[in-house]
Design a protein around this ligand. Structure first.
Ligand code: SAH
Length: 221
């Protein structure tokens, strides 16, 4: 196959398969059209090992090496839809780039996306995965995302793709007024939390779904 054909996808990696995934996301309750367009556009099969490409559009997490996983499509869509809350997003941060898939989806719905990954080899792999997609509004950073990215703050939304034991204060501090932090919290049992800094600067904390994420770890790998 030519590399253009690999990118477009055929059979189990085709646009038809992606459209079926989007139909499933709708049934699962994702209603944000901008997020659904993004999920239908980003070729998820390019972010997993070639041997797993035919399973890329199933609603499961898949291994990406270094004991990490690419999150289920539903979870990626859900977190970004909650982050967006129907707004136009200017600058946003993703903590935990992994293979780069979530960052690519985020880049469809926000003007400027920063994504930070602590494991250098994964940050490099994400860069390689993303290169052919030529996404101009996405910046990848190697570092400890539990400290956020103060040099680019404040953010309209921060999505954390790894579970924290406690919500890192630095992330709350880097929210713009009206900004939202979406973060899984817990150890064996985790829940998705949304911390919102209201336009008046007050903090609101809500608990959403039970979830299962790899742990957020301190320091660079
Ligand atoms: N966003 C990815 C999910 C990757 S899994 C997707 O689209 O599927 C979560 C990632 O968070 C792992 O790659 C892990 O190495 C990373 N991670 C864990 N703790 C981190 C930290 N403190 N800072 C940055 N990345 C972290």
């Amino acid at each position: 196959m030519t590399s253009a054909a690999v990118q477009r996808g055929i059979g189990m990696t085709s646009q038809r398969t992606r459209d079926r995934m989007v139909a499933r996301l709708r049934e699962q309750g994702i209603a944000d059209e901008a997020v659904l367009v993004a999920m239908g556009s980003v070729p998820r099969h390019l972010f997993v090992d070639a041997a797993l490409a035919s399973r890329a559009y199933e609603d499961t997490a898949l291994p990406i090496g270094f004991e990490q996983t690419i999150s289920r499509p539903f979870v990626v869509a859900r977190m970004i839809a909650v982050a967006r809350a129907g707004r136009t997003l200017e600058r946003v941060l993703e903590v935990g780039t992994g293979c780069g898939y979530g960052a690519a989806v985020f880049a469809y719905v926000a003007k400027e996306v920063y994504s930070i990954e602590r494991i250098q080899a994964l940050a490099e792999r994400a860069r390689a995965n993303l290169r052919p997609l030529r996404i101009a509004n996405l910046r990848l950073v190697h570092g400890d995302g539990s400290k956020g990215l103060p040099e680019a703050a404040p953010f309209d939304a921060i999505v954390v793709a790894a579970a924290a034991l406690d919500v890192p204060r630095a992330l709350i501090d880097q929210l713009a007024d009206g900004g939202r932090l979406i973060i899984p919290v817990g150890a064996a049992e985790q829940e998705l939390r949304v911390i919102e800094r209201t336009a008046a600067g007050k903090l609101k904390d809500r608990r959403l779904d039970a979830v299962h994420f790899v742990p957020l770890r301190a320091g660079k790998g």
